[in-house]
Design a protein around this ligand. Structure first.
Ligand code: CP
Ligand code: NVA
Length: 309
């Protein structure tokens, strides 16, 4: 296991290309072990606290199962049932939980809350999604693309839709591994400036072309993978009617995917809304790898856990 012991996993911006490729190799190895029915429990006696301030299916279950498979234990903590929900500070929560558990995973709103938790915790902190980033998802997405394409060089990933947490994370993930990435979003819904600038800077080193456009056809042209996500993220429910209108031209449908390579992969972090960001035909069609992708959350996160513990 690599030298990531004690590190926080808050954003892929904090990890080098080599570290990301090592995590992917470890994830593939852990996946092979599990598929072969090999029991591997190096985290025996270790405990993870998982704080959720937003709902979750994949992140919650895959982290809990991953920890169990590695021999450890995980505990689900709803933010509202903690004193956190009554105003105890993130810093105090971090200092207390660090006395009990070996690692803390958190899903919350402001990215700065995760940074604060990491600053005050003496154990590694893992970002299970913030308003700005979703690094565990992006690592699983890289694994999913690599399994099929066997390389990142010359591979083009198109993301069509909201420039949200998932888009930010993908920009950085792709740039780090040298995969071309093109984001198409409506004006005013671009990925965060800091992430775009960082991705461009990283891309200059790794050879990844980074594009942000308002034209879905430009992004999808010649793409090897097409990715989309919900138009209304958790916490944006009050904007959903407006978003439904604004994002209509950005639907991933049978017409749009014609611009991609015939063997394009369709990815979606899930949960999906068929008929909104993607048609049922694309989502459930032969190019879709969304359930393999969801499955890979388990393996990618086991690699993260094993590396930081
Ligand atoms: N993709 C993802 O993070 O799913 P959940 O919200 O179900 O965890
Ligand atoms: N962008 C979505 C991702 C859900 C996994 C959200 O933040 O709700």
């Amino acid at each position: 296991v690599m030298s990531l012991k004690g590190r926080d996993f808050l954003t892929l911006l904090d990890f080098s290309t080599e570290e990301i490729l090592d995590l992917l190799a470890l994830a593939a190895d852990l996946k092979a072990k599990q598929k072969a029915g090999v029991s591997y429990t190096p985290l025996s006696g270790k405990t993870m606290a998982m704080i959720f301030e937003k709902p979750s299916t994949r992140t919650r279950v895959s982290f809990e199962v991953g920890m169990i498979q590695l021999g450890g234990q995980a505990m689900y903590l709803n933010g509202n049932d903690l004193q956190l929900g009554r105003g105890e500070t993130i810093a105090d929560t971090a200092r207390v939980l660090s006395q009990y558990v070996d690692v803390i995973m958190i899903r919350t709103f402001a990215h700065q809350k995760v940074e604060e938790l990491a600053e005050y915790a003496s154990v590694p902190v893992i970002n299970g999604l913030t308003d700005d980033d979703h690094p565990c998802q992006a690592l699983a997405d890289l694994l999913t693309i690599y399994e099929v394409k066997k390389t990142f060089q010359g591979v083009k990933l198109a993301y069509v839709g909201d420039g949200n947490n998932v888009a930010n994370a993908l920009l950085v993930a792709a740039a780090k591994v040298g995969m071309d990435v093109a984001i198409a979003c409506p004006p005013g819904y671009e990925p965060k400036k800091e992430y775009v600038e960082a991705a461009c800077r990283i891309g200059e080193q790794t050879g990844a072309a980074v594009t942000v456009t308002h034209d879905p056809l430009v992004a999808v042209a010649g793409a090897d993978a097409i990715y989309t996500d919900v138009w209304t993220s958790m916490g944006q429910e009050s904007e959903s009617a407006e978003r439904l209108q604004v994002f209509q031209p950005y639907q991933v449908n049978e017409e749009l995917v014609k611009a991609a390579k015939p063997d394009y992969l369709f990815l979606h972090c899930l949960p999906a809304h068929r008929g909104e960001e993607v048609t049922a035909g694309v989502m459930d069609g032969p190019n879709s790898v969304v359930f393999e992708q969801a499955g890979n959350r388990l393996h990618a996160q086991k690699a993260i856990l094993l590396s930081v513990l």
